[in-house]
Design a protein around this ligand. Structure first.
Ligand SMILES: [Zn+2]
Length: 77
């Protein structure tokens, strides 16, 4: 199943979505509801390595401590 990475420019949230080709693309940020942009895995202009970065990282750079949708995010704990 292809994995899509998304980034929100509004709150800095980054997340990864497993989608079938037939699924609707994600257009809005689960944290702030603003528009997100899709980031190609492997990174065009982004230095992150590996698709596991978003899932497993504790998101020290998460800028939204009140409404971060990442279960692994420790910002509001
Ligand atoms: Zn956001």
């Amino acid at each position: 199943m292809p994995t899509y990475d998304y980034a929100c420019d509004s709150c800095g949230n980054r997340f990864e979505v497993f989608q079938k080709m037939s699924d609707q693309p994600v257009n809005t940020c689960p944290s702030c509801g603003k528009a997100v942009r899709r980031v190609l895995s492997g990174g065009v202009g982004i230095s992150f390595k590996g698709s596991g970065f978003y899932k497993n990282d504790s998101a020290p750079s998460c800028g939204n401590s009140t409404a971060c949708a990442k279960a692994s995010c420790g910002a509001d704990k």
